[in-house]
Write a protein that binds this ligand. Structure first.
Ligand code: PLP
Length: 390
């Protein structure tokens, strides 16, 4: 248990220890099941989906500790962990929506979340309206009263850091409102303070923070989480206790990692803006970001991820990612290693050209996740590779 008066950074150190006994570090409960002393006890264990000592697909003590740590840090009543960020996203969508329902989402978002809305939802008879999340009022205008069940936003959005106004999302009444806050973490923004109903994270990223876990989480009210848990035990995309342990380990250093990565990203973004090989840099912390004022209003730190468009297009994108020596070509973000992706040839490779354009991704767009190396080394590596482009 943490003290509600403690600073968020202090709570990150102490949250989620209910099942660790006297150990300072979180304990790993590597078990799939627990025995009962009586039929009566077994019945009680089975009927409570929050009971961490029944069966691993329902819950697990280490996973439960991770969930309560996230609820604590986000300021939510409860949370449920999943086998991945997509496990969390799909549980929210498929657990809360039924055939005939309508969802409003933005068109700028992580490619697989987008595919879930574009391809899976129509198969289940769920109607989806895509809006430009950066246009003021776009989400609210697309809501169909009595029919829209869910409003789903991602901010900052993958991969070009487009922002959605959290105050606008929180003000929407009727549908449940969801924010994928992966890029921001609980230390970059506070969606619940704006009235949002559910917060989703790919904790695979900065929360676990060491590129050694695949895990997702949803936080919100007890009432909504009861629905989500009910679906989750059928969906079966349960978080592994080992990944929950790694995520709990990551949480303790998240505030300082996030701050360091935000500082590095701003330094890198500022340097890249001056380079002739770079057409445009996208980072909410830059004054040139079209939503910089919104970023300053709703974000406490801007995070370690930025994107930029190369003047030389596709060829320059492919050359750059291959010529870097310190920064590695890899998917994911938020870890200690600086990594770069070229969405047009990797994460967004399945999208049609018009879908790529709609998501604001150009042939020369690259996304960079700044790690925890010395910032000057990251900048030097990028500058050397950029200088070498044909
Ligand atoms: C914003 C966002 N949400 C969700 C996901 C999916 O997370 P996972 O890979 O843990 O399933 C990602 C993955 O990159 C992401 O960037």
């Amino acid at each position: 248990m943490t003290d509600k008066h403690w600073d968020l950074q202090t709570r990150a150190i102490r949250a989620g220890r209910d099942h660790s006994g006297t150990a300072l570090a979180p304990a790993l409960w590597a078990t799939s099941t627990f025995h009962a002393e009586s039929v009566e006890e077994a019945g009680a264990m089975a009927s409570d989906l929050t009971n961490p000592r029944f069966y691993g697909r329902h819950s697990n003590p280490t996973v439960s500790d991770f969930e309560s740590a996230i609820a604590d840090l986000e300021g939510a009543e409860a949370a449920r962990a999943f086998a991945s960020g997509m496990g969390a996203v799909s549980a929210v969508v498929l657990g809360l929506c039924s055939s005939g329902d309508h969802i409003v989402v933005q068109k700028q978002m992580y490619s697989h979340t987008l595919l879930l809305f574009q391809a899976a939802c129509p198969r289940f008879g769920i109607d989806v309206t895509f809006v430009d999340g950066t246009t003021p009022g776009a989400f609210a205008e697309a809501v169909q009263p009595g029919r829209t069940t869910l409003v789903f936003a991602e901010t900052p959005a993958n991969p070009k850091l487009a922002l959605v106004d959290l105050e606008e999302i929180g003000a929407i009444k009727g549908p449940m409102t969801v924010v994928d806050s992966t890029f921001a973490t609980p230390f970059g923004q506070r969606p619940f303070d704006h009235g949002v109903d559910l917060v989703v994270h790919s904790a695979t990223k900065a929360i676990a923070g060491h590129n050694d876990a695949i895990i997702g989480v949803v936080a919100g009210s007890e009432e909504l989480l009861a629905w989500i848990r009910g679906f989750a035990v059928l969906q079966g995309a349960v978080a592994s206790p080992f990944d929950a342990l790694n995520a709990l380990r990551g949480l303790r250093t998240l505030p300082i990692r996030f701050r360091q990565q935000s500082d590095t990203a701003l330094a890198v973004a500022t340097t890249l803006e001056q380079h002739r090989g770079v057409e445009r840099v996208f980072y909410p912390g830059l004054a040139s970001h079209p939503q910089h004022q919104l970023a300053e209003r709703q974000m406490d730190a801007f995070g370690g991820v930025l994107a930029f468009d190369l003047a030389g297009g596709l060829a320059a994108g492919q050359q750059l990612v291959e010529r870097l020596e310190l920064v590695q070509l890899a998917s994911s973000l938020g870890g200690p290693e600086s990594i770069i992706t070229h969405p047009a040839s990797t994460t967004h490779v399945g999208l049609l050209p018009e879908e790529l354009e709609a998501a604001g991704i150009g042939p020369g767009t690259v996304r960079l996740s700044c790690g925890l190396e010395g910032p000057d080394d990251v900048i030097a590596d990028l500058t050397d590779a950029l200088d070498s482009l044909d």
